[in-house]
Structure formats: structure tokens, C-alpha cells
Design a protein around this ligand. Structure first.
Ligand SMILES: CCCCCCCCCCC/C=C/C(=O)SCCNC(=O)CCNC(=O)[C@H](O)C(C)(C)COP(=O)(O)OP(=O)(O)OC[C@H]1O[C@@H](n2cnc3c(N)ncnc32)[C@H](O)[C@@H]1OP(=O)(O)O
Length: 391
């Protein structure tokens, strides 16, 4: 796959764009704040020439597409031949804008260029390190480097337990990662835990009481799990330590799971008066057989990393001493593979199950909503929350 190169020309007007690489990214453009004038548009074109840093292939394609849409309107030329990579990429970028009005395309062009200018760059991202922060909240840190979008659960003091906000942030993060210019996405945890599952205080701290919390929880959980079912790129879990509850069940929706040998896998749903989620009531029996799945999902048997590997939940186990180095070296190599092929191959695999997985997810969320209001669950959560008070 040839690389995209932009001729170092005086003017980056689209006709000089030499575009060689896929995929065409949909750079997320904010809603136009106002109508850009023709003068603004021309100023933006000149501003592009002054950019010190190459904005990257995807942005260059987007600039080309918006320029053509703003000047010529919707794509009005025949699609180039399959081997004419340069013009085919440019055609696809332009054609992907559909009937976007000229004025909107002009405004988007101006917005995009202004977001690239040194002043906005300085203000919005500060010094761009190699490990570029793409989105950062307190508890989820998303970085993008070497074609990998890394999503790190960053709440080590609470064993990376998932708050209500974190569920919503992860939904957004996966949405963004599905169209960014990374080739793969990776989940991992900060600190000694991968993730201790749902934050059990989510329910006790909910403002509207348990009933409202259960309703909200079921809606968020269903959307959360669907975002994993529908994620179009290779999704990899780097399980750096113990995983509990939904952190374990979600692994059935990942494309690869690499575990440190100090990781453990625990799904104490019955202990908590709850029931399986993240499609595990379907993926676990399918993956490991119903007997092994029952031991985990009903009886809460905690697995070592090796046991999880033997049962098909983990792709490979690494010595903890070399885990991070070995896994990230491998992932950087994988991220260099042709992204479209990986995406299309994953689509072929996932499409066989997608409808079933959505149905299972819906059923599990309905069941869980009732479980959360059960005496068994409420007692279990209260026991957890008050356990240290009893010490
Ligand atoms: C409005 C409603 C919103 C709902 C949102 C959607 C709902 C989706 C629900 C999807 C269904 C998911 C189910 C699950 O994930 S079930 C599994 C839940 N997790 C657990 O049961 C684990 C509970 N934690 C523990 O058992 C232990 O903490 C653990 C074994 C993980 C570690 O023990 P250790 O002794 O090593 O450390 P501590 O217990 O002292 O933990 C350190 C501090 O972290 C807090 N902690 C850890 N895990 C959780 C957790 N899951 N929820 C809340 N808090 C957690 C722990 O309390 C300590 O805090 P303090 O230092 O403040 O005491």
C-alpha cells in the first residue's frame, strides 16, 4: 500500500495533492459556527501553505474534498480505475461528502484549516508528544500513536472500576476510534488492575434512587455493549492485571486478548445477585463449552490467566516481566497491516453473529435491570459497600 505524500509545493491547492494511501478518514468537523465568506475561504487556502507541520494524510484528503465541494459542488466526475490509487483516493474523499452544500463545505474547510493553524494547535494540544493525547478525562485516557488508539482505564485507586460516566465516555471513545486514523484500538488498565468491573456504588450513589438507576443503567449498558459489538476495527485487550465482572465478559467481544500471567478473570454475578452481561451468556458457552461457562458465570470460579487461555478467553499469556514490551511491540507491528483488509476481514467474521449478539445484549440488559432491583442484588451491594465498616 503506497503512502500518501503531499508534494512539497508552494500551494497545497488540491490539484497538487498527491494522494496514495487509504483509508479516507472522516475528519470530524464541528458544526459551522457561521457562514465563511469567500475571503475567509481564500485566506484559509493561503493559511494551508503556511502550516509548519504536515497535517497527515487524512486531513490532506479532507482538505482536497472540501475544496472541491466548495468550488465545484458534489462530486461530478467518473470514479477512476481501481489501480489509479491517487485519483481514486481523491475521488472517494470528494464523493464521500455527498450533497454537502458549497457554503457548508467552504465553512468546514475554513474550520478545518483554522484547527490546524499553529495558534489553535498550541492552545488545544500543547506540545504534541509522540504519544499524542487524543481525548483525556480523569478516568479514561485515550492516546494515539503508531496507528493504535489506546484506551486506558485510569482509576487505579478504585481498581479501575467503571463509573456511570466512564461507560458513557467509552461509548464516545469507541465512536471516535471507529473513524479516526488508527488501524486498531486497544483497551488496558492503569495500575495493578485491568478493571474491577462495574463500580458497585453506581447504584447507591444514584440521585434518583434504585428504580431510576436500574432504568438508566439498562439503557447505558445496552448502548455500551453495542458499541463493542459494532466496533469496526480490530479491538484488542491488554489485560495487565485482575479483571472482574463486565471487564471479563466484554472480552468475548474483543478480537484478541493478551494477558499478563498475573491477570485473573472473575465473574461473581451470582454472589452479587446479578446475571451475565456483554453477551457472555452466549459467547462464553460458545467459546468454552457450557460446563466451563457455568463455572464462571453461575458459580463465580476465578480463572488464572493460563486457565482463561485454555478456555479460549485469552489469546496468549505473557510473563508479567516482559508483558508490556512484548505485547506493544506486537501490536505496533499489527497496526502497520493494511487497515482496510483488517477492517473488512473483521466485518466478515462479526457479521455472522452481529444480529444474534444485539439480541442477546438486549435480553441480558432486560434481565439485569430486574436483578438490580432484587433483594439478592441490593443486599450484596450493601454488603460490599459496608464491608470495610465491619472490619
Ligand atoms: C445510575 C446507574 C449506573 C449504572 C451503570 C451501568 C451499569 C452496568 C453494569 C454492568 C454489569 C456489570 C457487572 C459487574 O461488573 S459485576 C462485578 C463488579 N465488581 C466487583 O464485584 C468487584 C468489587 N471489588 C472487590 O471485590 C475488591 O475491591 C477487589 C477484589 C477488586 C480488590 O480488592 P482489594 O482488597 O485488593 O482492594 P480494595 O477492595 O481495597 O479496593 C481498593 C478500592 O477500590 C474500590 N473498589 C474496587 N473495586 C470496586 C468496584 N467494583 N466498585 C466500587 N469500588 C471498588 C474499593 O472499594 C476500595 O475503595 P476504598 O479504598 O475507598 O475502600
Amino acid at each position: 500500500m503506497a503512502a500518501v505524500t503531499l508534494r512539497r509545493a508552494r500551494c497545497w491547492c488540491p490539484s497538487l495533492l498527491q494522494v496514495f494511501r487509504f483509508p479516507v478518514a472522516q475528519v470530524h468537523l464541528g458544526r459551522p459556527t457561521m457562514r465563511a465568506s469567500q475571503q475567509d475561504f481564500e485566506n484559509a487556502m493561503n493559511q494551508v501553505k503556511l502550516l509548519k507541520q504536515d497535517p497527515g494524510n487524512q486531513v490532506k484528503l479532507k482538505l482536497y474534498a472540501l475544496y472541491k465541494q466548495a468550488t465545484d459542488g458534489p462530486c461530478n466526475v467518473p470514479k477512476p480505475g481501481v489501480f489509479d490509487l491517487v485519483n481514486k483516493a481523491k475521488w472517494e474523499a470528494w464523493n464521500s461528502l455527498g450533497n454537502l452544500p458549497k457554503e457548508t463545505a467552504r465553512q468546514n474547510y475554513v474550520d478545518l484549516v483554522s484547527s490546524l493553524s499553529p495558534s489553535s494547535e498550541a492552545s488545544s494540544q500543547g506540545k504534541r508528544g509522540a504519544d499524542e493525547k487524543v481525548q483525556e478525562s480523569k478516568d479514561i485516557v485515550v492516546t494515539s500513536e503508531d496507528g493504535i488508539t489506546k484506551i486506558m482505564l485510569n482509576r487505579p485507586a478504585k481498581k479501575n472500576a467503571l463509573t456511570f460516566e466512564m461507560y458513557k465516555e467509552i461509548i464516545l471513545t469507541l465512536k471516535n476510534a471507529s473513524t479516526d486514523n488508527s488501524a486498531i484500538a486497544v483497551f488496558t488498565g492503569a495500575g495493578d488492575y485491568y478493571c474491577s468491573g462495574n463500580d458497585l456504588t453506581n447504584f447507591t450513589s444514584a440521585a434518583g434512587g434504585m428504580e431510576e438507576a436500574a432504568n438508566q443503567g439498562a439503557v447505558v449498558l445496552r448502548e455500551f455493549v453495542n458499541s463493542f459489538i459494532d466496533f469496526p476495527k480490530p479491538l484488542v485487550a491488554v489485560v495487565n492485571g485482575p479483571a472482574v465482572g463486565i471487564a471479563v465478559t466484554l472480552l468475548g467481544l474483543f478480537d484478541a486478548v493478551y494477558a499478563s500471567d498475573k491477570a485473573t478473570f472473575h465473574t461473581p454475578f451470582s454472589h452479587l445477585g446479578q446475571s451475565p452481561e456483554a453477551c457472555s451468556s452466549y459467547t462464553f458457552p460458545k467459546m468454552m463449552g457450557s460446563a466451563k461457562a457455568t463455572e464462571m458465570l453461575l458459580f463465580g470460579k476465578k480463572l488464572t490467566a493460563r486457565e482463561a487461555w485454555a478456555q479460549g478467553l485469552v489469546s496468549e499469556v505473557f510473563p508479567d516481566s516482559t508483558f508490556e514490551k512484548e505485547v506493544w511491540t506486537r501490536l505496533r507491528a499489527y497496526a502497520k497491516l493494511p487497515p482496510n483488509s483488517m477492517r473488512i476481514s473483521k466485518e466478515l467474521i462479526r457479521n455472522n453473529e452481529k444480529e444474534k449478539l444485539h439480541a442477546v445484549n438486549a435480553e441480558e440488559c432486560t434481565t439485569l435491570k430486574a436483578r438490580w432491583l432484587s433483594e439478592e442484588c441490593i443486599n450484596a451491594i450493601m454488603n460490599f459497600v459496608s464491608r470495610k465498616a465491619k472490619l
